[in-house]
Ligand binder design. Structure first.
Ligand SMILES: *Cc1c(COP(=O)(O)O)cnc(C)c1O
Length: 467
């Protein structure tokens, strides 16, 4: 469709409004975009909570039978319809054949996760043998750091974001202590410039150039959980490696959100969870990646039987035949119940590509941004009008689908009013509302509904403030 092909989201929306003979803020624009959305069928493969089922809904304000406005997939992805079916199949198998389930059925438990790694690898832009599904995210981060972080008196620092996700911060702190170094001198924290919300690539790169000889590992997120900033992983990897550092990324908020090319970018290692954009359910099986160039050089520090060559694993010889690369980092046999929902989600991803998802995502988030700015920009003639500050970078190349918003009103009050009206989004201290339209299952109408509800929520929270 030509109308949708050309230009920035703002231009597309403008052209469309003209074509339809309506205002760019009209619901018709959203409906048109949904009708022409080539990925719209994927929504049918997920379970959407109903407004009336959400605990904070106020049914005097909204119709409980409607689907909720789910914009929290960055925190917990929706349930794929097949998740339950696959779990039921495995429970049935366990009930009927017991121990034989290890080797039988469509998901033999002894290598069930291996069947998913091809699909997972596609999503992060890696070779299948560079990816392992195992453990939780923070566990994988520790396993990878144990191997890659080999500090010396000269080169002992870890570079990370000042406001990294707390788990990553604690992990780095404890890794540094474990090696006998002091976090106050070995943790190097990147802060945005005064008055700015996000980090500039040029500042990250110049810090690496300045401090690089003392940095052992550069460990940043791919997409920052709080600001929604998508880092230039390729440039950061290049800068870090030029200084002799290993470069790793926590892709918790990048996987299934940004079009990752971990292999081509030469990223040394990465890890991610799968319950956010990957819809595997809380505590789902996490991912780890190690570039093939390290296959025979960077060895796992901790060993378990699942790191042993599958062909001879069950001969129980106590002689380790370590699988090459990231596969050797496996420790335990996999929880088959966790394989099921992740498989259901990966099969949906496999019906499209990250390139196409990203294309929709840029328009979908651009549409949200357009409407927010339209209604909530500072207006000198109307000082009472609430206004929004979007912390997330305006350039679509520097963000995923999430926008992080703060308002001229207290965020907690706004959040409460949104929840009463059937919106699921997420509030993060100190002052941010995170709103994530997910291209896999959110529609343009979801975004339009959100903006309408936001209007009432802001009006109501103004009331709250004055009372
Ligand atoms: C979600 C998230 C985590 C959570 O860690 P778990 O080990 O999965 O509990 C850690 N780090 C980042 C950056 C995250 O976004």
């Amino acid at each position: 469709m030509d109308l949708l092909a050309a230009g920035s989201p703002r231009e597309v929306i403008g052209k469309l409004a003209k074509h339809l003979g309506c205002s760019p803020t009209s619901r018709e624009v959203a409906e048109y975009l949904d009708e022409h959305d080539e990925l719209r069928h994927l929504r049918q493969q997920f379970l959407f909570p109903k407004v009336g089922e959400l605990p904070q809904s106020d049914l005097s304000l909204v119709d409980g039978s409607e689907e909720c406005i789910y914009l929290a997939g960055n925190s917990l992805g929706l349930q794929p319809k097949n998740a339950k079916k696959y779990i039921d199949e495995e429970l049935e198998k366990w009930a009927t054949i017991g121990v034989h389930g290890h080797l039988m059925g469509s998901r033999p438990w002894a290598w069930a996760e291996n069947n998913l790694e091809d699909l997972m690898a596609k999503i992060v832009g890696a070779k299948p043998e560079e990816v392992a599904l195992m453990n939780g995210l923070t566990v994988n981060l520790h396993l990878l750091m144990l191997a890659f972080y080999q500090p010396t008196a000269k080169r002992h620092k870890v570079l990370l974001e000042d406001k990294a996700f707390p788990s990553d911060h604690y992990a780095m702190e404890s890794q540094i202590r474990l090696r006998g170094f002091d976090p106050s001198t070995s943790m190097l924290l990147l802060k945005p410039r005064p008055g700015e919300d996000t980090l500039r690539t040029e500042d990250i790169v110049s810090t690496i150039e300045r401090e690089g000889q003392s940095i052992a590992v550069v460990m940043l997120s791919g997409v920052q959980y709080y600001t929604g900033q998508l880092f230039n992983m390729e440039a950061i990897t290049k800068a870090g490696q030029a200084q002799g550092c290993y470069v790793g990324f926590d892709c918790a908020h990048a996987v299934g959100n940004a079009d990752l090319k971990l292999h081509d970018w030469g990223v040394d290692f990465a890890c991610w969870c799968t319950y956010k954009y990957m819809n595997s359910g809380a505590g789902g099986l996490a991912g780890a990646y190690i570039h093939e160039k390290h296959t025979n050089t960077v060895k796992p520090v901790l060993l378990g039987w699942w790191g042993h060559n599958l062909k001879t694993r069950f001969q129980m010889t106590n002689e380790m035949d370590l699988q090459p690369g990231v596969s050797g980092y496996r420790l335990s046999n996999q929880p088959f119940l966790l394989v099921c929902p992740l498989q259901a989600s990966l099969e949906i991803f496999n019906q499209t590509t990250m390139k196409d998802l990203r294309k929709k995502s840029i328009l979908l988030t651009g549409y949200l941004e357009f409407l927010l700015k339209h209604y909530y920009t500072k207006d000198a003639s109307d000082p009472e009008r609430p206004c929004v500050h979007i912390i997330t970078p305006g350039n679509p190349m520097e963000r995923g689908c999430q926008l992080s918003l703060s308002f001229s009103l207290p965020i907690r009050a706004v959040f409460k009013e949104l929840e009463k009206r059937g919106v699921a989004c997420d509030m993060r201290e100190p002052n941010v509302l995170r709103v994530a339209p997910i291209p896999l299952y959110n529609s343009f109408s979801d975004v339009h509904r959100f903006i309408t509800v936001l209007g009432s929520a802001l009006a109501a929270s103004k009331g709250v403030q004055h009372n």
